[in-house]
Design a binder for this molecule. Structure first.
Ligand code: R5P
Length: 291
């Protein structure tokens, strides 16, 4: 088994190689003068089961093209099998045509990865595992919610009410509650497909004088989380924390969430950020050594 640590996930790739006791091939990233990506493997992958670890967080296009180059290169260099380990999987939020004429980008990126020669995809808390599962390609969707919940437990934050956001949210809160206890719930959110504006359901929650952790898969602009924090804050909690798996943090997301009353923000290292407190390396290492 060989880990190939892609340019966007070098540190994570190193940690996974160490935890899974696998050999590591590092990748030398470069650019042609006109800005195009160039990659070179610093070692052989011949006859190996290769696991390419490359997130596709911002800059998404660069990281995705590097991933495709690495998959194809691993095949050309004689790898026996190639698994694309994509901690944050860009483009899969568009998991159908919401409006006529829109590109179905989740399907497009999976087809590209397949065409380059990957045998499987492993990802973490993808936006829509069910939709991805219908694309006819083997995709394993891991969940890092337990690891994030464990972080709060280890910090001694007890009597926690776990709250999650959006349609598939209850699932995350339930997983967190398995670690934290204390009960769980969900707030619905609605996004206008044209303006992108988010509305958060006004809901009375059992959070009076309790510690609350709000879980979402992604924090991007931070608007959804900021509104959820403000809603909880109006209901007299002891503390409220914002937790996510993929801290993409565009614009002033972090500041906005803190301004709305969050006592802290916790995310994982699926993408690079300054709130990547929890590492998903053990989760990936366990998945790739399981069989
Ligand atoms: C949406 O369905 C996701 O689960 C997140 O709630 C969303 O991506 C967060 O986006 P933003 O931070 O821009 O509000």
């Amino acid at each position: 088994m060989r880990i190939i640590s892609g340019p966007a996930s070098q540190e994570l790739g190193r940690k996974v190689a160490e935890l899974s006791r696998s050999s590591l091939t590092e990748v030398e990233p470069n650019r042609f003068l006109d800005g195009e990506s160039h990659i070179r493997f610093k070692g052989s992958v011949e006859n190996e089961e290769a696991f390419i670890i490359q997130t596709t967080g911002p800059p998404q296009e660069d990281n995705l093209v590097q991933l495709l180059l690495m998959i194809d290169n691993a095949r050309d260099m004689g790898a026996k099998s190639v698994t694309a380990v994509i901690p944050y999987f860009a483009y899969v939020r568009q998991d159908k045509r919401f409006r006529p004429g829109e590109a179905f980008s989740a399907k497009t990126v999976v087809r590209l990865i397949q065409a380059c020669g990957a045998t499987e995809i492993i990802t973490i808390n993808s936006h829509s595992p069910t939709a991805l599962g219908q694309l006819g390609f083997p995709i394993e969707d891991l969940s890092a919610v337990g690891l994030v919940a464990q972080y709060f437990k280890d910090k001694g934050i007890l009597n926690v009410f776990s709250l999650s956001l959006g349609k598939k949210g209850l699932n995350m809160a339930e997983q967190a509650n398995n670690v934290l206890g204390g009960g769980y719930g969900c707030i619905s959110t609605q996004r206008d497909v044209i303006t992108g504006n988010v509305t958060v359901e006004e809901k009375s929650l059992p959070v009076d004088n309790r510690n609350v952790v709000i879980f979402d898969d992604i924090i991007s602009s931070g608007r959804t989380m900021a509104k959820a924090v403000a809603l909880v804050k109006r209901q007299n909690p002891k503390s409220v924390y914002a937790a996510c798996i993929h801290p993409l943090f565009k614009e002033d997301a972090k500041e906005m969430i803190l301004r709305n009353g969050a006592d802290g923000i916790v995310g994982t290292d699926t993408v690079t950020s300054n709130v990547a407190t929890v590492s998903v390396a053990p989760l990936i290492a366990e998945a790739i050594t399981r069989d």
